[in-house]
Design a protein around this ligand. Structure first.
Ligand code: NAP
Ligand code: MG
Length: 399
């Protein structure tokens, strides 16, 4: 059989630990036998990031701007323990953070649903897509510890050197202070990405903040979303979908009571926390896909989970692992589908869809990794635990 051809390469961002092992196996077992895979390869594994002084991360993000579609493996964000484990020159920043800063845009996370995997919230029948603003707030905040007797001010200086100053707090005892920011430009592009995603996918949208407490800061988000919604109102009405702004507390209650099938747009921190809640409630981190969409329409696909360190250490000891590769497979299929759409190569899109269906069908038939076993309930099907490689081979057999 002739292999499927690609016109434009994908940006391939390799990563670390267990997911790096799965990455190679997915390519060998599920992709290269069928596709003449064209990629521009960037090794974002921690040793190579250290070797290149993290230049490789920046280069991979620049390549994504140029080529339009990237697929990324999970990577280690170094901390003190990783510094000594990998003898790093420096505590390099989170690659995802660096890529987001360069591409801007919004992270959309959606669960991969299969028959038989029942969410912890059984009312959820459809995916809840979580849109996380990927710029600013506490993620680029400045903070400082204070001693008793010190005062903290918010100081703003304009171009003429005139200063506005607000007292934050006069400290009787020791404490902490933090300054954070966002920009109208970034909030606007966040709003556009969310409304566009909801309209393209025909799903209603909730946006939530805490503007009752954070009147100016969150109030700004609310106002910008209201303005930009007017540009999409007609499209929403035509598709029979709605947009609702509500407080984050109320949004949490509404989302839990819903049947799913909606887009929930969150500020950076809310999105970070709520996406883990939503992923867990749908079953497993291994079943959550993620895509970063930039305002100018560049796409970076990945799994929502990390490098699964605990499984990697077992693997290094020669023990068998049963690590779920579904989210990483869907990162590849997401990227291949988008590449196929942009290049007008329908056979690539069709292949990616077949691979997604084969992956779901494998689980639905009872063949899965260990994390899914306790979640699986399907009449007449007894789930069977496969190891990491056996699971990929079972998918290949169906494909
Ligand atoms: P993690 O890799 O997501 O794993 C946490 C735990 O969740 C695992 O130990 C495992 O539980 C379960 N799990 C996650 N993914 C799974 C999968 N595909 N199959 C089966 N079980 C899965 O998070 P972490 O251990 O906190 O972080 C490890 C490293 O990943 C860190 O260095 C962190 O910096 C990095 N990280 C990277 C990204 C990214 O690149 N996007 C995101 C998050 C974290 P059991 O051990 O109970 O089986
Ligand atoms: Mg998180």
């Amino acid at each position: 059989m002739a292999k499927i051809q690609m016109k434009t390469p994908l940006v391939e961002m390799d990563g670390d630990e267990m997911t790096r092992i799965l990455w190679q196996e997915i390519k060998d077992i599920l992709l290269t036998p069928y596709i003449d895979l064209k990629t521009e390869y960037y090794d974002l594994g921690l040793p190579h990031r250290d070797e290149t002084d993290d230049r490789v991360t920046v280069d991979s993000a620049e390549a994504t701007k140029r080529l339009g579609v990237a697929v990324k493996c999970a990577t280690i964000t170094p901390n003190v323990q990783r510094m000594s484990e990998y003898r790093l020159k420096k505590m390099w920043k989170s690659p995802n953070g660096t890529i987001r800063r360069i591409l801007d845009g919004t992270v959309f996370r959606a669960p991969i649903l299969c028959e038989g995997i029942v969410p912890y919230i059984p009312g959820w029948k459809q995916p809840i897509v979580l849109a996380r603003h990927a710029y600013g707030d506490v993620y680029s905040a400045v903070d400082e510890e204070l001693e008793a007797g010190e005062k903290a001010y918010l100081v703003i200086e304009n171009e003429k050197g005139e200063v506005r100053r607000k007292l934050i707090h006069a400290f009787d005892g020791a404490g902490v202070v933090q300054g954070m920011h966002n920009t109208d430009a970034s909030i606007r592009s966040f709003a556009h990405s969310c409304f566009r995603y909801a309209a393209e996918n025909g799903i209603p949208m909730i946006f939530s903040t805490k503007d009752t407490i954070s009147k100016q800061y969150d109030g700004r988000f609310k106002k910008i979303f209201e303005e930009i919604y007017e540009e999409y109102r007609a499209q929403f009405e035509e598709k029979g979908i709605w947009y609702l702004y509500t407080l984050i507390d109320d949004a949490v209650a509404r989302v839990v009571r819903s049947e799913g099938g909606l887009l929930w747009a969150c500020k950076n921190y809310d999105g970070d926390v709520m996406s883990d809640m939503v992923a867990t409630a749908y079953g497993s981190l291994g079943m959550m896909s993620s895509v970063l969409v930039s305002p100018d329409g560049k796409y970076e696909y990945e799994a929502a989970h990390g490098t699964v360190t605990r499984h990697y250490y077992k693997h290094l000891k020669g023990e068998e692992t049963s690590t779920n590769s579904v989210a990483t497979i869907f990162a590849w299929t997401g990227a291949l589908k988008k590449r196929g759409e942009l290049d007008a190569t329908p056979e690539l899109v069709a292949f990616a869809e077949k691979l997604e269906n084969a992956t779901k069908a494998t689980i639905e038939a009872g063949e899965m990794t260990g994390d899914l076993i306790p979640l699986f309930h399907r009449e007449g099907v007894t789930p069977k635990k496969l190891n990491s490689e056996e699971f990929l081979r079972a998918i290949a057999a169906r494909l």
